[in-house]
Design a protein around this ligand. Structure first.
Ligand code: URA
Length: 225
């Protein structure tokens, strides 16, 4: 056993010495991102996010990989102070490979603009990166298979505030089964980052009377930024 480890250490040392002798005295950080030898362009966050994206685009970690048209990684400003996390791509998002571009997305754009920001200022992603067939609710196994992706995405962006949209995103990030009606508007924390859950824009399309509650949540978010 010990002999085996010693052999591996010697082989690694010999390899590093060989690389040094060939003029390589520094390992690019991006080479270690995702273990895939990713050498994406851009600065820290942009590059790390691009490396993660390349990895996620290849993901076959659950059966949604069989039915998706596109992986919907996320979009927006990699240095955003405000990040929105939704549930999963719908039909339009699946076609375009972009988050929140359907009817619910148009409402989300209005919500963002209502607090004086633009879509390009924030970052938008989902817990699931692939569309569940017929827009059914995400399965616990799918959330489990995908939650590391959103965790890493958040860790790279490091927003000041995360606004979780609806039950699935809120319960997943906050690791709770408390109903969204009780979570919304309150301040929580996810890995040291402030989280304010609110209703999902698709819910608001069906229940416009609750828009005032989302407006009050958005004002709290604005005050935290
Ligand atoms: N609903 C979501 O949760 N995410 C999207 O990207 C679109 C609709």
């Amino acid at each position: 056993m010990n002999g085996g480890i010693q052999e591996i250490i010697s082989a690694v040392k010999a390899y590093v010495e060989f690389e040094r002798a060939s003029g390589m005295d520094e390992y690019p950080r991006a080479a270690f991102n995702g273990g895939g030898g990713c050498r994406a362009a851009g600065d820290g966050q942009e590059r790390d996010l691009d490396c993660l994206k390349r990895e996620v685009l290849r993901c076959r970690g659950c059966s949604l990989a069989e039915t998706r048209l596109n992986v919907v990684f996320g979009a927006g400003n990699p240095k955003a102070a405000l990040m929105f996390v939704g549930e999963a791509p719908g039909s339009e998002e699946d076609i375009q490979g972009l988050p929140f571009v359907g009817r619910a997305g148009q409402l989300l754009t209005k919500i963002i603009e209502a607090i004086g920001m633009k879509r390009e200022d924030v970052y938008i992603a989902n817990v699931l990166k692939c569309r569940p067939p017929n827009n059914r609710a995400p399965l616990p196994t799918e959330i489990l298979a995908c939650r590391e992706n959103i965790r890493r995405q958040i860790a790279i962006i490091k927003p000041e505030v995360i606004c979780t949209l609806g039950k699935f995103a809120s319960q997943t990030l906050l690791n709770t089964d408390t109903p969204i009606s009780r979570l919304r508007g309150n301040l929580y924390e996810y890995e040291g980052i402030k989280v304010i859950p609110t209703f999902h824009p698709a819910y608001l399309l069906r229940n416009p009377q609750d828009k005032k509650l989302v407006w009050s949540d958005m004002k709290k978010i604005k005050a935290l930024l």
